[in-house]
Design a protein around this ligand. Structure first.
Ligand SMILES: [Zn+2]
Length: 382
């Protein structure tokens, strides 16, 4: 398969060739120097005002053992344009060849986490599941699911990702099962008979018949056991999804089936979720999250041998990302170890903390749930 495995990435082979050539010259002409390089985004996609930082854990793993130190903001943090998320300090030759891979982790995973956060912010307490692994190369499915979860998805469907993160995958049933059985209610009964009782009984009700009549048939047969129904109706047959959901809710409630949740999937993003968020109970979101627009970070040298220097258009010098612990107001200032008082009464402290010193990772790997909780908390302020 066309995959660069972990060894290839760690060998610095997923790199743009100009870094290899630059390093040849640096060695031949004895130009290697101590530098500080920072990673920032100059412009967020689609007019976004904020983004979610994701991908640090893999960056640390990639650079472990190199003679460098790293300051970074925590994964799951909200950041904005021109706010440094990582600063790398050390001989340029120690990390130059990894720039491509470092940015690759951060750009894609932060993009996915940001889109997931935008959807979750609209969905609020309603369930959002990541269903989009099928849109991307399978080799990166675990990274995509992790980022989607960090951004606020309540779960994801990919089994390999769940195994890596020690979680349970989430899902319902495919149209293919209903087609093979030949009847929606019979498929629901087989599902209930065979599948682990811990798995919620959510039945796909739009394979053959009308959404309303299939839902009533399944709900009356399964009763309390039915957790929900899923609608994945193709747009050509969909009509007005909002009206369909309202009708289903009415018919279910009328029959004392208020506990049956309405789950929608297919072509959703933050805008389409917003249109039905008050009448649906959960959303399966695919392509818009898994193939989210990347956050286009860049890495720039900002200091050489202790002296501030940067290319034109880029602010030089090592910086601190001061942020208030209470209201999350932030400010970028020249590097300082001092905190400062925020107008709101909170304390502004540097969000960039040492995660690696001289090649040694000095922080414990964070649980993905902790990172997700950080993101959900910060989302309340944007
Ligand atoms: Zn404040």
């Amino acid at each position: 398969m066309f995959i660069a495995d972990e060894d290839t990435i760690k060998a610095g082979k997923v790199t743009d060739v100009y870094f290899e050539r630059a390093l040849q010259i640096i060695e031949a002409k004895d130009l290697d120097k101590n530098v500080k390089a920072e990673i920032t985004v100059k412009g967020l996609p689609k007019g976004y005002e904020w983004a979610v930082f994701c991908g640090l854990e893999e960056v640390l793993e990639l650079l472990e053992g190199k003679e460098i130190s790293i300051r970074a903001i925590p994964e799951g943090s909200i950041f904005r344009e021109n706010q440094p998320v990582i600063e790398i300090e050390g001989k340029y030759s120690e990390f130059a060849v990894y720039e491509t891979a470092i940015l690759g982790f951060l750009c894609q995973e932060s993009g996915v986490a940001t889109k997931a956060a935008r959807v979750k912010k609209v969905a609020g307490e309603k369930t959002v599941l990541s269903f989009g692994a099928r849109r991307m190369h399978p080799a990166v499915a675990p990274a995509i699911e992790r980022a989607a979860y960090i951004g606020g998805c309540d779960g994801f469907s990919t089994v390999a990702a769940a195994e890596k993160l020690n979680m349970k995958p989430a899902g319902t049933m495919p149209h293919s099962l209903v087609l093979l059985v030949g009847d929606t209610l019979q498929a629901a009964k087989y599902f209930d008979e065979v599948v682990d009782p811990d798995v919620p009984r959510i039945v796909l009700i739009d394979t053959f018949g009308d959404e309303k009549f299939e839902t009533i048939r399944v709900a009356e047969a399964l009763g309390k056991k039915l957790a929900g129904v899923r609608l994945d109706t193709p747009s050509s047959r969909r009509g007005n999804m909002r009206k369909i959901l309202e009708e289903l809710r009415w018919e279910l409630d009328l029959r004392g089936l208020k506990h049956v949740h309405l789950f929608v999937s297919g072509g959703l993003d933050e805008n389409t979720v917003a249109e039905i968020v008050d009448v649906a109970d959960g959303f399966g979101v695919g392509t818009s999250i898994s193939s989210a627009t990347t956050i286009d970070f860049s890495m720039d040298i900002v200091e050489i041998e202790g002296k501030p220097i940067a290319k034109k258009g880029k602010i030089s010098g090592s910086k601190s990302f001061l942020r208030c612990d209470k209201c999350l107001k932030s400010e970028i200032v020249p590097f300082t170890t001092e905190g400062k008082q925020c107008d709101c009464g909170g304390v502004m402290e540097d969000l960039l903390e040492y995660k690696m010193r001289n090649g040694k990772i000095i922080v414990n790997s964070e649980d993905v749930k902790t990172i997700r909780n950080r993101c959900l908390r910060e989302l309340r302020y944007v």
